[in-house]
Design a protein around this ligand. Structure first.
Ligand code: HEC
Ligand code: HEC
Length: 286
């Protein structure tokens, strides 16, 4: 068949199928199935609790993209250490990607994943090797998630990449450096900030507060900031400047860079305090 006649046959088949669907005996649904267009969002998406949220896109990739979204938002439940399938326990802690990549990676100030797709692959600074999105994503698996890399050829990896591609159309947020603090950061002053501002949610012992109980695979209401279930020593969040920037712009949860609650000095001090707390060693030190 020529491509044209193939298209025509396809057209007929779809037409007949649609006819059957319309005339079929199914009672009318009270609620239409919400399917977003199969095309990726061209504007910056908003998957925050107050926004329109994520909707499964139509098209053959819809299911895979949805799995990717679930992996970002409920990592612990699918590939965490308490996931039902032991063979899928790739992450070493019960965090979710969105504990850091806020709102499913759509919060501009919260380490957004929107637009990340188009940055890859890039060439390493020594010019010797190519860094693919799969490589970069596994950096977060082995450091932020303190776990094992996802096999490059796995459904979970494909799903994450499909999701990142889906939200990858808008331009990435330009990265702004964190201004230096007025005086050198002090972990001792940071401990006071922690007790006064952070402990209410992340708990005085820094171990966070679970949604349910240990081993139920439901993750945290307030994630741990140190201890055995936290990111490890070689994670990006264990760099004082990265943590200071994240905390200043996003913590307590709900603030934004236009209305920060901490001043610059407090953000750096509390980041220095976090850095001084015990956490799992990085893979190189294991
Ligand atoms: C503990 C915090 C934390 C967690 C949890 C985390 N990440 Fe990250 N991630 C970071 C930091 C920090 C960066 C570096 C951001 C930068 O360089 O500005 C990063 C970078 C990335 C990047 C590269 C983004 C870019 O623009 O180049 C990707 C992709 C990514 N993470 C995916 C994930 C995925 C998927 C998960 C869950 C499996 C995850 N991360 C979990 C903190 C985290
Ligand atoms: C009102 C509760 C609340 C307060 C107060 C709060 N946080 Fe958070 N924090 C959260 C929540 C919830 C998350 C996870 C975000 C999500 O999943 O949407 C989070 C995530 C984080 C993360 C990244 C995830 C991780 O586990 O490492 C860091 C770092 C962090 N907070 C530091 C702080 C610091 C430092 C303070 C004090 C200045 C603070 N937070 C105050 C609720 C809070």
């Amino acid at each position: 068949m020529t491509p044209r006649s193939t298209a025509f046959v396809l057209f007929l088949v779809i037409g007949v199928a649609a006819g059957i669907a319309v005339l079929g005996t199914n009672p009318p649904r009270s609620k239409p199935i919400a399917l977003a267009p199969s095309t990726a969002p061209s504007a910056w998406p908003d998957y925050s609790v107050n926004g329109p949220g994520f909707v499964t896109p139509a098209g053959p990739q819809g299911e895979l993209i949805t799995l990717g979204y679930r992996l970002v938002t409920q990592t612990f439940a699918i590939i965490g250490p308490e996931a039902p399938d032991p063979a899928k326990r790739f992450a070493g802690n019960n965090l979710s990607c969105q504990n850091c990549h806020l709102d499913g990676g759509t919060k501009r100030s919260g380490l957004p994943l929107v637009g990340a797709f188009r940055k890859y692959p890039w060439i390493s600074s020594d010019g010797k090797h190519e860094v693919t999105l799969r490589d970069r994503l596994n950096e977060c698996m082995t450091h932020s998630m303190n776990g094992k890399p996802l096999p490059h050829e796995s459904r979970e990896m494909d799903a994450l990449v499909a999701f990142l591609k889906f939200i990858g159309d808008p331009a990435a947020e330009p990265s702004t450096a964190m201004p230096h603090p007025p005086v050198l950061a002090s972990a001792a002053r940071g401990a006071e900030v922690y007790a006064r501002v952070c402990a209410a949610c992340h708990q005085p012992d820094g171990l966070g507060r679970r949604l349910g109980s240990v081993n139920d695979g439901r993750g945290y209401r307030f994630p741990p900031l140190w201890g055995s279930d936290s990111f490890n020593a070689s994670a990006g969040m264990n760099y004082v400047s990265i943590a200071a920037r994240f905390v200043w712009r996003n913590m307590p949860r709900g603030v934004d860079p236009i209305h920060p609650q901490l001043d610059l000095q407090q953000a750096w001090d509390v980041a220095a305090f976090l850095h001084a707390q015990p956490r799992p060693p990085g893979p190189a030190a294991r």
